[in-house]
Design a protein around this ligand. Structure first.
Ligand SMILES: *Cc1c(COP(=O)(O)O)cnc(C)c1O
Length: 228
């Protein structure tokens, strides 16, 4: 990890924005894509610099790091998102941070526990349902067969969780076809859920965000391509 100078970060950001632009225009002029910068591999100073270049949404995959960075940069009007696996003993900490979005709701048990603790704190949280689209043993999330029904069930039984859509991590593979398939599977579920008000389809990281956008993603989570 190193502190990067502003011109270096500007060049990285320009490149990512350009790639997003190219991919989204190939879908439709009206297809808008949100960029969430993932800071987990970088120094907080670089997040601050990226803010000065216009970036507003940032994601972290650990509650502790999210908390520290929110505190360090509390003067800045940033939108903070949780994108990593949430351990049950960290739920209350996360609620107190009031993240803009929690992208990694990955089990029914977690949803129920989160809902209970939100209720106790008279709070609500915007969340995405994490889908394990390639059914990989190493990944958490709902498998693609159960995702739609689980979304309905959580919506009905967890009134303190506002479900806003879905999130997936592309298949871990060298084979572009497999990665594309995992995005298409997730997007098909999203399309069904759009009829019920879902608005966010979070897919795409540094190695695959242009492909994810072409498959319909409207939120990409990019870390290393920005902070390399
Ligand atoms: C780390 C991480 C990212 C960003 O990964 P890069 O490959 O560095 O862009 C995106 N999403 C999640 C869930 C992550 O944990």
């Amino acid at each position: 990890m190193a502190i990067l100078d502003k011109e270096h970060l500007r060049a990285n950001l320009d490149k990512v924005i350009w790639n997003i632009e190219e991919a989204r225009i190939s879908v439709s002029e009206h297809h808008i894509v949100q960029l969430v910068a993932v800071g987990k591999y970088t120094e907080v100073e670089n997040i601050e610099t990226l803010y000065s270049l216009g970036q507003r949404a940032f994601g972290e995959n650990q509650v502790q790091q999210l908390k520290e960075r929110m505190a360090t940069l509390e003067e800045l009007p940033l939108q903070w998102q949780m994108i990593g696996t949430l351990q049950k003993n960290k739920i209350n900490h996360l609620i107190d941070l009031h993240p803009t979005l929690m992208q990694s709701l990955d089990s029914l048990a977690l949803a129920q526990e989160l809902n209970k603790k939100l209720e106790a704190k008279e709070s609500k949280m915007d969340c995405l349902l994490q889908i394990n689209a390639a059914n990989e043993a190493t990944k958490s999330g709902f498998n693609s067969q159960e995702a739609y029904d689980m979304y309905q069930q959580i919506k009905e039984s967890c009134p303190h969780i506002n479900l806003k859509g879905v999130m997936t991590i592309g298949a871990h593979s060298e084979d572009t076809k497999l990665i594309q398939q995992s995005f298409e599977t997730t997007h098909a579920i999203y399309e069904k859920l759009q009829k019920e008000g879902a608005t966010l389809c979070s897919m795409g990281m540094s190695n695959d965000y242009p492909l994810a956008i072409k498959c319909g993603s409207n939120l990409v989570r990019v870390g290393s391509a920005l902070f390399k």
